[in-house]
Ligand binder design. Structure first.
Ligand SMILES: [Zn+2]
Length: 121
């Protein structure tokens, strides 16, 4: 994850060879030790790891790793007015009134394997 000029965090992804589920662990700048939950975050069949990007919070608190699934309501707190999102069938995100968020994005981690997610609006 990066904002122009800085890396603000990484997400380590592991795919289970038995079940194919992907485990994800976020690391922010300053986290030195790996978490103790590696391998234990098993997704439900319709869940995907996703990054909620927030353009109203400053790095390193401008992203959050979540388990997204269609129908999920995400509650979020930040400096801006957008505080609730609905995840759609295609894992897109809308505001409760159906509009697209202006200050937030949802990105699927699997689309960014080995890539940098640039957090810029
Ligand atoms: Zn926000």
């Amino acid at each position: 994850m990066a904002v122009p000029g800085h890396v603000v965090g990484t997400i380590d992804l592991w795919r289970c060879l038995n079940c194919g589920s992907i485990d994800a662990n976020p690391r922010r700048i300053g986290d030195l030790k790996p978490p103790s939950t590696i391998g234990w975050n098993i997704l439900e069949p319709n869940e995907k790891w996703a990054i909620l990007a927030c353009y109203d919070n400053k790095a390193p608190n401008n992203w959050e790793l979540i388990r997204a699934r269609p129908g999920l309501v995400i509650k979020h707190t930040c400096a801006g007015p957008e505080g609730e999102f609905l995840v759609g069938e295609g894992y897109g995100m809308t505001l409760p009134d159906g509009r697209l968020p202006e200050r937030h994005d949802l990105r699927l981690a699997e689309d960014y394997m080995e890539k940098t997610i640039l957090l810029i609006k």
